[in-house]
Design a protein. Structure first.
Lengths: 207, 144
């Protein structure tokens, strides 16, 4: 049984070490119980992985040419998810080396495998979503560069791609909201001046 | 339980690379995804006799097949967009489109008005009858 003096001394000593105080120290101690690192907000890569990833990022950035805050964010989301997928693969490869057997059917690896797969599913979903978003944004940008005049840019919101939104296979899509938006953008009067009417097809009446 | 040799992955990677011919970094990444999914599918097939791990094998098979298809679809879209930049655009437009390499020019076509809906709306505009009431009537007739 500790004496009162020992308890007091212990309490006083405990005040001398209350954990990390600086941001750097906190960041370091947050990695004390690092297992696979997939749950960390910032993915922790080994120096080799980091070098490979930097090269991949540089090549991809030069190739995809993301521009503007939205495209850059979608691009960054793709990169983050791709890095996670790469990390997961190296973890699975490590598991295979350790077991000298296929971790897919090893009972010892079941829990870890399942856990990793959850992260993997999320990362894969993020990859495809990000690429889709980036493509849509760039397609809208291309449409604006080709078909939207400077005056129309004043009224057409930047994310709208009228070429895709209102027209499908050369035929008008019968979507009420799309059509209403189209009229709001172009206006009923500009409709005829912009697109002169054609001879109506005989015998075709929908209304 | 059997474990696929690493050389098999390299083989799959080469075969899929030959079959898909990726050119850009992004295309190569998705080709790699297809190869990895194919490798997983093959792992599932060689381990099929492990009845104790059947639920895991089933999950792995479903996931790998889904990834294989998703990656193949994505690669198709990327390659289609890349080719459309060349075949659908004039040289001057190709230069404009070079800043948006992922955009598919086929999806950024000029709006073309066509079909009975357009004819009908034009008639209404000419007759000075196009207003909110007409929009409501159209919506009602379409059953919306």
């Amino acid at each position: 049984m500790a004496t009162a003096a020992q308890v007091l001394a212990n309490q006083a000593n405990a005040q001398l070490s209350t954990g990390p105080k600086t941001d750097e120290g906190k960041a370091r101690s947050s990695r004390n119980n690092l297992n696979h690192g997939l749950a960390a907000g910032v993915l922790i890569l080994s120096p080799e992985e980091q070098a490979r990833f930097c090269e991949f990022e540089a090549n991809l950035r030069a190739e995809c040419k993301p521009e503007g805050i939205l495209e850059c964010e979608a691009f960054q989301q793709f990169l983050d998810a791709a890095a996670r997928i790469g990390k997961i693969r190296s973890i699975v490869a490590g598991m295979t080396e350790q077991c000298k057997d296929d971790p897919l059917v090893q009972p010892e690896t079941e829990t870890k495998y399942r856990q990793i797969n959850r992260y993997r599913a999320a990362a894969e979903m993020a990859v495809y979503r990000a690429v889709k978003t980036l493509r849509e944004l760039q397609t809208a940008r291309l449409f604006r560069a080709f078909h939207v005049t400077p005056e129309e840019r004043e009224v057409i919101p930047p994310l709208v791609n009228p070429g895709e939104k209102f027209w499908c296979g050369g035929e008008m899509r019968y979507g009420r909201n799309d059509r209403e938006l189209f009229y709001r953008i172009y206006g009923a009067e500009t409709l005829t001046s912009r697109f002169p009417p054609r001879e109506p097809a005989s015998g075709v009446h929908v209304f | 339980m059997p474990l696929l040799p690493p050389s098999r992955f390299a083989e799959l990677h080469t075969d899929i690379g030959a079959a898909t011919q990726p050119v850009t970094e992004l295309e190569r990444w998705f080709a790699g995804e297809i190869a990895y999914a194919a490798w997983e599918l093959e792992s599932v097939r060689v381990n099929r006799s492990a009845s104790a791990a059947e639920p895991r094998l089933h999950d792995a098979c479903t996931r790998a097949a889904r990834n294989w298809n998703r990656a193949r679809n994505e690669l198709t879209r990327l390659q289609t967009a890349r080719i459309n930049h060349v075949v659908r655009l004039t040289p001057s437009r190709q230069r404009t489109a070079a800043v948006v390499p992922l955009a598919d020019p086929a999806r950024a076509r000029a709006p073309k008005l066509a079909g009975p809906m357009y004819e009908h709306v034009c008639d209404l505009i000419k007759a000075g009858k196009f207003d909110d009431e007409i929009m409501k009537t159209i919506a009602e007739q379409e059953g919306r």
